[in-house]
Design a protein around this ligand. Sequence first.
Ligand code: BGP
Length: 464
Amino acid sequence: MVQNIPKDFILGAASSAWQTEGWVGKKETQDSFLDSWFKNESFVWHEGRGPDVATNFYEKYPEDIAHMKEIGLTHYRTSINWSRFFIDYEKGIVDEEYADHIDRVIDELFNAGIEPMLCLEHYEVPTYLMDKYGGWASKKVVELFVDYAQIAFDRYGDRVKQWFTFNEPIVIQTRVYLDAIRWPHEQNTKKWMQWNHHKVLATAKVVQVFHEGGYEGRIGVVLNPEVTYPRSSSPADKKAAEIYDLFFNRVYLDPLVKGSYPSELVQLLEHHQIMFDHTEEELEIIRQNPVDFLGINLYFPKRLKAPRYEWNKDTPFHPEMYYENFELPGRRMNKSRGWEIYPELMFDMAMRIKDEYHNIPWLITENGMGIEGEERFQDDNGQVQDDYRIDFIRMHLNQLLKAVEAGSSCEGYMLWAFTDCVSPMNAFKNRYGLVRIELDDERTRSLKKSGEWYKQIIQERILK
Ligand code: BGP
């Protein structure tokens, strides 16, 4: 297999503010949801590690960007930490010290020949807004987010041309309010939907501000739609996959790309009395302001089958009433993360966007392989010999490039993550980076074998 990688095809890497920065310079009043969760329930975080130190990117970013330059990344995606960006969230008073840090990171990236892409929220909703307004349950928070976006565009828009509102906007409320597996453990399915709607609405409003403000570049959202595969061709299994798709994928894809929620979803929400509070005006704003492009995070396939049991009527409604997960016997697994490896999903997602979402411009904003105990693979010089990661990237890129040949508008691939970093709960258990981070006080960095390989494919533009 030898494939040419188109000249302009993005070959980058991603991370987020909270998963790398650490708390150096953070004020006590600037906790995000993640910081508070970590403070309140640190025992669920692997080895008690979390966002407090992370990779200390806040101080070490010049070293990381030097590594990015060495590898030759074309783009780097990270987020602005909303919770650290303000001293006063309601009056919009910016923390100049933190905002300068973002300036320095942007400039350093450009000096290294790397284009930054910025996300306005990668789960970093401020705790203050959670406590005072209930977070994204509140329309006030939608307004404050739109104000924040405008301030960020005004400040960085002269240099940053590619923006995203959210990273995986469905995730926090799914874990917290739908599944109730995370602090503060409140089960509330209607609130889950309300958060979803408000993040859709906030995206549409920010798109409007971006376009009306005449900022240069484009504005999108990073979604994590899963490619659904029914267990069998039976109508019951197919229906299970379709309903899953409505609740977890189309709930964002349809309004943000096509301008409206799927009517089948609306019917289900009404039937189960979890329809979100909204106005006609809000739906109109969503209709008028689709995103310019999409980032897609894609790791594993979602296999589904029809449920075997009747739903217990005393259990609050959960979409799981309509489906069960299906584990394909013999599937290839990343055992560290418990995720199936199925590279074909890249091609399948690309064809779906082409056929059902008018081939809107998009790119893979995350894909990668988190592996536990990577020190096992360090050679005598301490370099991680991560051939498994090279194979993983190669297989996924191969499928993506095939999709491009088949007419997909996919513009690139960004690996999660550039350096090892902190995962929610798993912390540093599974390592994702092209660059290893030691957990010493210095957070010492070293390039893995995959980093050298990535450098080579970026230089040669050939995938072998
Ligand atoms: C995505 C998130 C990232 C990152 C990644 C890896 O869903 O956008 O923030 O964490 O998944 O997953 P995990 O950290 O759970 O191993």
